[in-house]
Design a protein around this ligand. Structure first.
Ligand code: SF4
Length: 361
């Protein structure tokens, strides 16, 4: 298959791995930011092709995993209201809140529907004027333009029965938070290619300068990741710290400017809590003043809900690269993909789920 098989060629993968072995002389800790990259690394055993002293640290780039428990509880509270049609992407339905999940709420009678685009939710609101339609908008910069477009369209159409529960997060502030932590072991980053396809990679230059840390924009196929690691190790071994772009077939330095303009129009940058990590300043998107009436948490009066993470789950330490999934006592026993205890076991992009699914038990 075009654009797939050619990036999974075993012979080329071995050549890239051999080159990484050749240039590596010291131990290095490299974080792949995106959950999609974590999934590919574990699925294809990419980490096992690398020199033993290169450690790949699985970063916080799974939007399902970092959506705070209290936002899941807000979603559950809204979905339980009479007359509400609660819409979401399918991967949010099994994310555990503090007592239950949206799938269980649906089984008990809540009108929870899976949609494939936020615009489907806008259409539902148009078709059901007597119902309140709510869309659960989570994700990184990659999905923010579609969410912004839905809010923009709802405003254009004058819809009063449409709102959004938004928990969008931004990658550069998360990198900044990781690098400024005294416990940080990360020496270089593979940045998420799809985020940069929207946002470009201008935002990474100040981080590279401030922390002298290489950042290589990287794709998601095995050869992309191996090449990203090679470019990163070449920088580390020669003492360079630069922004480089491995994912040239999809990413331009300036990104998708019309999409960025739409994000700026509908959203403002706000502090955001990350599940397992805590609040990171200016790391999220909230509705800007002209669109604030579409905020579901205000419309339904659930904005002030606060809950604590289960103490046993160490997902926060995993998302910061300080622990691996099998360091958790619940991994594979009390916590499995069928009965997830923490968010990193729910999503297929979560590190715990990837380790469980692909042999790392
Ligand atoms: S295995 Fe489950 S409980 Fe343990 S860190 Fe992962 S998600 Fe949390």
């Amino acid at each position: 298959m075009r654009y797939l098989d050619e990036y999974r060629d075993g012979e080329l993968a071995q050549k890239l791995a051999a080159e990484i072995h050749r240039v590596t002389t010291k131990p290095w800790n490299i974080m792949e930011v995106c959950g999609g990259q974590t999934h590919a690394i574990v699925k294809f055993g990419i980490d096992e092709l690398l020199p033993k002293h290169i450690t790949l640290i699985h970063g916080p780039g799974c939007p399902v995993c970092v959506t705070p428990l209290e936002v899941i509880d807000q979603a559950l509270a809204i979905a339980a209201r009479p007359g509400v049609i609660f819409t979401s992407f399918g991967d949010m339905l099994r994310v555990p809140g503090s007592t239950t999940d949206l799938l269980a709420a649906k089984a008990k009678g809540a009108d929870v529907r899976i949609v494939y685009s936020p615009l489907d939710a806008v259409k539902l609101a148009e078709d059901n004027p007597a119902r309140e339609v709510v869309f659960f908008g989570v994700g990184f910069e990659t999905t923010a333009p579609a969410t912004a477009l839905a809010v923009f369209q709802a405003a254009q159409k004058g819809l009063n029965n449409f709102s959004m529960l938004i928990s969008h997060v931004l990658v550069p502030p998360a990198i900044e938070a990781l690098m400024s932590s005294p416990a940080c072991r990360v020496q270089a980053f593979l940045a998420a290619g799809h985020v940069c396809a929207v946002m470009g990679y201008e935002e990474y230059f100040p981080l590279v300068k401030k922390y002298h840390v290489p950042i290589v924009v990287t794709g998601f196929e095995p050869l992309d990741i191996l090449q990203g690691v090679l470019m990163t190790v070449q920088q580390l071994e020669t003492g360079r710290a630069e922004v480089e772009n491995q994912y040239r077939r999809a990413v331009r330095r300036e990104g998708n400017q019309p999409a960025q303009a739409l994000i700026r129009k509908v959203f403002r940058v706000v502090p955001r809590k990350w599940r397992g990590i805590g609040e990171i300043p200016l790391s999220g998107l909230g509705l800007s003043e002209p669109y604030a009436r579409f905020a579901a948490e205000l419309k339904f009066g659930v904005a002030e809900q606060r809950v604590d993470e289960p103490a046993e789950c160490i997902a926060g330490l995993i998302l910061q690269g300080l622990k691996k999934p099998h360091d958790c006592a619940a991994f594979g026993t009390r916590c499995t993909p069928e009965h997830p205890f923490g968010a990193t076991m729910v999503s297929s992009e979560g590190a715990c789920a990837a380790y469980y699914r692909y042999r790392r038990r």
